[in-house]
Design a protein around this ligand. Structure first.
Ligand code: GAR
Length: 205
C-alpha cells in the first residue's frame, strides 16, 4: 500500500479538497487523492473531485443504511478497497462511529474552523463571532472518539474584525485553511510526528 494514498470525505463546497488537489498538482503536497466520499448527493465537492480526475468519486446515502456504524462500515470498505492509508476530513459534517475511528486509529485527520478546544461543533465560526472572540482560527487534528477533541497537529490564528459577518470571517478562515491543510498533510505523510499521551509531537528534520 502506498503511504501517500488518501481518501477525502466531504459534505459541502469542497474548497479544502480543491486546495489539497491543487497543492498536489503543483508538487507541493505529496498526496495521491485516490478516493472522495460524500454523504450528500448535491455536494459541490463531488464535482471538484470529478473535475480533477480523482479515480473513485463516491456518494453514499446514509438513509440507505440501518445505522451510523453500517454507513461507516460501507465507507471503510471503499477506503480499504482503494488502498488508502489516510482519511482526510474536509468539511465532512457527520460524526464518525467508534468502530470507524478504531479501525483507522490515528489515520483520520480533520480541519476545524476555530482554535480548539474553543468552539467545537458544526457552527464554530458563528459561535466564535457570537461569543465576541477577538481571535479565532483553524485547527488540524487527529480524530478520536471525542468530537473535535483529538490530538492537535497544527493551529493558525485568524483575528476577528469588528465589522465581521459570519461570511466574511469564514472567508478569511477558509483562506488560512487552504494554506494550512496541504502543509500539514505533507508533514504528516512524511511521518514526522508521534503521539505522546494526547500530544502530537513533530520531529524536527
Ligand atoms: C471548513 O471551513 C471546515 O473547517 C469546516 O467546514 C468547512 C468546509 O469547507 N468543517 C467543520 O466545520 C467541521 N466541524 P469546504 O467544503 O469548502 O472545504
Amino acid at each position: 500500500m502506498s503511504a501517500n494514498r488518501i481518501a477525502v470525505m466531504a459534505s459541502g463546497k469542497g474548497s479544502n479538497l480543491k486546495a489539497i488537489l491543487q497543492a498536489a498538482e503543483r508538487g507541493e503536497c505529496p498526496v495521491n487523492v485516490q478516493l472522495v466520499i460524500s454523504d450528500k448527493a448535491d455536494a459541490p465537492a463531488l464535482k471538484v473531485a470529478k473535475d480533477a480526475g480523482v479515480a473513485d468519486v463516491l456518494f453514499l446515502n446514509p438513509k440507505e443504511y440501518p445505522d451510523r456504524a453500517a454507513f461507516d462500515a460501507a465507507c471503510a470498505e471503499a477506503i480499504e478497497q482503494a488502498g488508502c492509508q489516510w482519511i482526510v476530513l474536509a468539511g465532512y459534517m457527520r460524526i464518525l462511529s467508534g468502530e470507524f475511528i478504531a479501525r483507522f486509529r490515528n489515520c483520520i485527520i480533520n480541519i476545524h474552523p476555530a482554535l480548539l478546544p474553543s468552539f467545537p461543533g458544526a457552527h464554530a465560526v458563528r459561535d466564535a463571532l457570537a461569543y465576541g472572540a477577538k481571535i479565532t482560527g483553524v485547527t488540524v487534528h487527529l480524530v478520536d472518539e471525542v468530537v473535535d477533541g483529538g490530538p492537535i497537529l497544527a493551529q493558525f490564528s485568524v483575528p476577528v474584525q469588528s465589522d465581521d459577518t459570519e461570511e466574511s470571517l469564514h472567508n478569511r478562515i477558509h483562506a488560512a485553511e487552504h494554506q494550512l491543510y496541504p502543509e500539514i498533510l505533507k508533514r504528516m505523510i512524511e511521518g514526522k510526528f508521534s503521539i505522546e499521551d494526547r500530544r502530537a509531537v513533530w520531529k524536527e528534520t
